[in-house]
Design a binder for this molecule. Structure first.
Ligand code: 5GP
Ligand code: ZN
Length: 120
Protein backbone atom coordinates (compact mmCIF):
# COMPACT_ATOMS: atom_id res chain seq x y z
CA UNK A 1 0.00 0.00 0.00
CA UNK A 2 1.25 3.41 -0.99
CA UNK A 3 -0.83 6.24 0.44
CA UNK A 4 -0.43 8.52 -2.57
CA UNK A 5 -1.10 5.79 -5.15
CA UNK A 6 -4.43 6.08 -6.95
CA UNK A 7 -4.68 2.34 -7.64
CA UNK A 8 -3.90 1.44 -4.01
CA UNK A 9 -6.71 3.79 -3.03
CA UNK A 10 -9.09 2.06 -5.47
CA UNK A 11 -8.02 -1.34 -4.12
CA UNK A 12 -8.68 -0.11 -0.57
CA UNK A 13 -12.06 1.29 -1.67
CA UNK A 14 -11.11 4.83 -0.73
CA UNK A 15 -11.83 5.76 -4.37
CA UNK A 16 -14.64 4.52 -6.58
CA UNK A 17 -14.07 2.36 -9.62
CA UNK A 18 -16.16 0.06 -11.77
CA UNK A 19 -14.70 -3.17 -10.39
CA UNK A 20 -15.31 -6.20 -12.62
CA UNK A 21 -13.15 -8.81 -10.85
CA UNK A 22 -11.51 -9.24 -7.49
CA UNK A 23 -9.65 -11.98 -5.65
CA UNK A 24 -7.03 -12.17 -2.90
CA UNK A 25 -4.23 -11.08 -5.25
CA UNK A 26 -5.85 -8.99 -7.97
CA UNK A 27 -8.46 -6.29 -8.56
CA UNK A 28 -9.69 -5.44 -12.08
CA UNK A 29 -11.73 -2.37 -13.01
CA UNK A 30 -12.77 -0.44 -16.09
CA UNK A 31 -10.40 2.24 -17.34
CA UNK A 32 -11.82 5.70 -16.68
CA UNK A 33 -10.77 6.82 -20.18
CA UNK A 34 -11.41 3.78 -22.36
CA UNK A 35 -9.51 3.42 -25.64
CA UNK A 36 -11.66 0.50 -26.82
CA UNK A 37 -15.16 -0.88 -26.10
CA UNK A 38 -13.53 -3.21 -23.55
CA UNK A 39 -10.71 -1.55 -21.61
CA UNK A 40 -10.04 -3.12 -18.24
CA UNK A 41 -7.09 -2.56 -15.91
CA UNK A 42 -5.86 -5.67 -14.11
CA UNK A 43 -3.99 -4.63 -11.00
CA UNK A 44 -2.16 -6.64 -8.33
CA UNK A 45 -3.12 -5.78 -4.75
CA UNK A 46 0.60 -5.60 -4.02
CA UNK A 47 2.03 -2.15 -4.79
CA UNK A 48 4.70 -2.83 -7.42
CA UNK A 49 5.53 0.51 -9.11
CA UNK A 50 6.36 -0.88 -12.55
CA UNK A 51 7.23 -4.10 -14.35
CA UNK A 52 10.88 -3.24 -13.83
CA UNK A 53 10.34 -3.47 -10.07
CA UNK A 54 9.03 -7.01 -10.10
CA UNK A 55 10.93 -9.42 -7.93
CA UNK A 56 11.53 -13.16 -8.17
CA UNK A 57 8.67 -13.74 -5.72
CA UNK A 58 6.29 -11.91 -8.11
CA UNK A 59 6.65 -14.38 -10.99
CA UNK A 60 3.53 -16.33 -10.07
CA UNK A 61 1.59 -13.13 -9.50
CA UNK A 62 2.43 -11.78 -12.97
CA UNK A 63 1.28 -15.08 -14.44
CA UNK A 64 -1.93 -14.85 -12.43
CA UNK A 65 -2.62 -11.37 -13.85
CA UNK A 66 -2.59 -12.95 -17.32
CA UNK A 67 -4.89 -15.79 -16.22
CA UNK A 68 -7.34 -13.16 -14.95
CA UNK A 69 -7.01 -11.26 -18.26
CA UNK A 70 -8.01 -14.42 -20.15
CA UNK A 71 -10.94 -15.02 -17.80
CA UNK A 72 -12.14 -11.44 -18.32
CA UNK A 73 -11.66 -11.71 -22.09
CA UNK A 74 -14.08 -14.65 -22.02
CA UNK A 75 -16.50 -12.89 -19.65
CA UNK A 76 -16.57 -9.78 -21.86
CA UNK A 77 -16.79 -11.91 -25.00
CA UNK A 78 -13.67 -10.66 -26.73
CA UNK A 79 -11.91 -14.03 -26.57
CA UNK A 80 -12.94 -15.20 -30.04
CA UNK A 81 -12.25 -11.99 -31.95
CA UNK A 82 -9.07 -11.27 -30.02
CA UNK A 83 -7.66 -8.75 -27.63
CA UNK A 84 -4.48 -7.01 -26.63
CA UNK A 85 -2.61 -6.88 -23.34
CA UNK A 86 -0.48 -3.78 -22.74
CA UNK A 87 1.95 -3.04 -19.93
CA UNK A 88 3.47 0.43 -20.06
CA UNK A 89 6.79 0.57 -18.22
CA UNK A 90 8.40 3.93 -17.54
CA UNK A 91 8.16 7.42 -19.04
CA UNK A 92 8.88 6.63 -22.71
CA UNK A 93 6.11 4.02 -22.63
CA UNK A 94 3.77 6.69 -21.28
CA UNK A 95 3.21 5.06 -17.89
CA UNK A 96 1.25 7.54 -15.79
CA UNK A 97 0.15 5.39 -12.85
CA UNK A 98 3.12 3.87 -11.07
CA UNK A 99 1.35 0.79 -9.78
CA UNK A 100 1.85 -2.16 -12.11
CA UNK A 101 -1.19 -2.94 -14.26
CA UNK A 102 -2.20 -4.79 -17.41
CA UNK A 103 -4.47 -3.07 -19.91
CA UNK A 104 -6.96 -5.53 -21.46
CA UNK A 105 -8.22 -4.00 -24.70
CA UNK A 106 -10.72 -5.36 -27.20
CA UNK A 107 -14.11 -5.11 -28.82
CA UNK A 108 -12.87 -3.58 -32.05
CA UNK A 109 -9.99 -4.19 -34.45
CA UNK A 110 -6.76 -3.02 -32.82
CA UNK A 111 -4.66 -2.58 -35.91
CA UNK A 112 -2.31 0.09 -34.69
CA UNK A 113 0.14 0.42 -31.89
CA UNK A 114 -1.46 1.30 -28.60
CA UNK A 115 0.50 3.34 -26.15
CA UNK A 116 -0.94 4.58 -22.94
CA UNK A 117 -4.34 3.28 -23.91
CA UNK A 118 -4.36 5.59 -26.94
CA UNK A 119 -3.51 4.74 -30.52
CA UNK A 120 -0.45 6.36 -32.04
P1 5GP B 1 -0.67 3.84 -17.84
O1 5GP B 1 -0.36 4.88 -18.88
O2 5GP B 1 -0.06 4.17 -16.51
O3 5GP B 1 -0.32 2.46 -18.34
O4 5GP B 1 -2.24 3.82 -17.72
C1 5GP B 1 -2.95 4.28 -16.64
C2 5GP B 1 -4.40 4.14 -16.99
O5 5GP B 1 -5.16 4.37 -15.82
C3 5GP B 1 -4.90 5.13 -18.06
O6 5GP B 1 -5.45 4.41 -19.15
C4 5GP B 1 -5.97 5.95 -17.31
O7 5GP B 1 -7.08 6.25 -18.12
C5 5GP B 1 -6.33 5.06 -16.14
N1 5GP B 1 -6.73 5.77 -14.95
C6 5GP B 1 -6.08 6.82 -14.37
N2 5GP B 1 -6.71 7.21 -13.26
C7 5GP B 1 -7.78 6.38 -13.11
C8 5GP B 1 -8.82 6.32 -12.14
O8 5GP B 1 -8.90 7.06 -11.17
N3 5GP B 1 -9.77 5.35 -12.33
C9 5GP B 1 -9.73 4.49 -13.39
N4 5GP B 1 -10.70 3.57 -13.47
N5 5GP B 1 -8.74 4.53 -14.32
C10 5GP B 1 -7.80 5.47 -14.19
ZN1 ZN C 1 -0.27 1.34 -5.48
Amino acid sequence: MSADCIFCRIINRELDADVVYSDDQVVAFKDINPAAPVHILIVPRKHIPSLLDMEKEDEMLIGHLHMVANELARAFKIDKRGYRIVINCGPDAGQIVFHLHLHLLGGRPLLQTIAKGKEV
